[in-house]
Ligand binder design. Structure first.
Ligand code: NAP
Length: 275
């Protein structure tokens, strides 16, 4: 593959975690990479790589989305794959979530995916090819307590992607989603917002149990590099497959819960969550 003919991927949220690992892996494989991020100053080592363009993109800003797609086309001339990765978690009781917190969660995790997808579709349609890869979550297939709003966004992405896959297939465009389990990134740190405010919290007892159970599992999380490998497979396997579980925990939990009755499934999730 010469540099001018190698495929092109646009990745959102490439400053850290899964997005950064995806940018590095695709660059390793010879792809040309538009590694987009809210603050391009965070793209230092990526920017130094050949065939990588670090570009500003905040998925909640329509003008920013349009500018990043235009800059990618100007630099590379085509877009073969998009990885809608930007997103963050929102943890805590639903009741105490402000409208502002809810709106920001959906603006980023759902409407951000819509905006980037809409912005690249005309290009992929005119190419007659392309793959849209949306980073959902195991939490978009199975929900855990106190993640109601995050689950709502990731279940939305799963349904959106599966439906889209049917309507885009006749145009030569594929839509796929990735469902990672736990991944060692900034997700559980700086990227996890909380609905828990000041003052008395009527959910404190069960919230404490869930936080203890979740914290105890962090040592089993997958690396972002492993998730990036699954995303690379989705971009290159040339199949119409839509769902890609990512990480041993995701594969195990998903296959186990499919064998259970609803009562047993809910009991398993309660126990898993420490309730
Ligand atoms: N880690 C997990 O356990 C896990 C599991 C399942 C799914 N996921 C999903 O994986 C994706 C990546 O998360 P991660 O684990 O890699 O966490 P991370 O290291 O915290 O990365 C999150 C990325 O999203 C970016 N981002 C947030 N809001 C944005 C916006 N408005 N516009 C553009 N970029 C924005 C962040 O950029 P800044 O640097 O500017 O903040 C950062 O690059 C998310 O969609 C997450 O829901 C994660």
């Amino acid at each position: 593959m010469s540099a001018e003919t190698s495929p092109v991927v646009l990745i959102t949220g490439a400053s850290t975690g899964i997005g950064k690992a995806v940018a590095n892996l695709f660059a390793d494989k010879g792809w040309r990479v538009a590694a987009t991020m809210r603050d391009p100053a965070k793209g230092g080592d990526l920017a130094a790589r050949q065939g990588v363009a670090v570009l500003p993109l905040d998925v909640t800003q329509a003008a920013s989305v349009a500018a990043a797609v235009a800059a990618t086309l100007e630099r590379f001339g085509r877009i073969d794959a998009v990885v809608n990765n930007a997103g963050y978690g929102l943890f805590g009781p639903f009741e105490t979530a402000s409208e502002e917190l809810i709106a920001r969660q959906f603006a980023t995790n759902v409407e951000g995916v819509f905006a980037v997808t809409r912005a690249v579709l005309p290009t992929m349609r005119s190419q007659g090819s392309g793959t849209i890869i949306n980073v959902a979550s195991l939490g978009g297939l199975i929900s855990l307590p106190f993640f109601s709003l995050y689950a709502a966004t990731k279940f939305a992405i799963v349904g959106f992607t599966e439906s889209l896959s049917f309507e885009l297939a006749p145009l030569g465009i594929r839509a796929k989603y990735i469902a990672p389990g736990g991944v060692s990134t900034d997700f559980a740190g700086r990227s996890l917002a909380t609905t828990v405010g000041q003052g008395e919290n009527p959910y404190a007892a069960s919230l404490g149990k869930v936080m203890a159970a979740t914290g105890a599992r962090r040592s089993n999380y997958s690396s972002p590099e492993l998730i990036a490998e699954v995303i690379y497979t989705a971009a290159t396997d040339n199949t119409g497959r839509v769902m890609y579980l990512a990480g041993p925990d995701a594969e195990q939990a998903y296959s186990l819960q499919r064998t259970l009755s609803e009562a047993d499934r809910l009991a398993m999730l309660r126990q898993h969550a420490g309730l």
